[in-house]
Design a protein around this ligand. Sequence first.
Ligand SMILES: [Zn+2]
Length: 94
Amino acid sequence: MDDAVRRQKMIQDRIADGRLPNNKIGRVSATYGTGEACDACSLAVSTEQVLYRLGRLGVQELIFHNACFEELSRRSAIGLDRPRKSGSRCRWLN
Ligand SMILES: [Zn+2]
């Protein structure tokens, strides 16, 4: 299993069992990591990697790698960085 597939599966599982959110999140900030563990893949976010923090009222902050955060955005309904609708073609012209 390559890293991307492993990450997708891990994030899917964690959304399913409630460890990762599947709804809108209050606050997001991005910074560089300082070695803390990513809440999606459990690997450390190094000082060369961008780290995303998701803050939710009354819930402990979650920390993600850039790639893990993107994967979470794709798979959940957190409402951030949604993928663009397929291409820019107007469907009425096809
Ligand atoms: Zn990660």
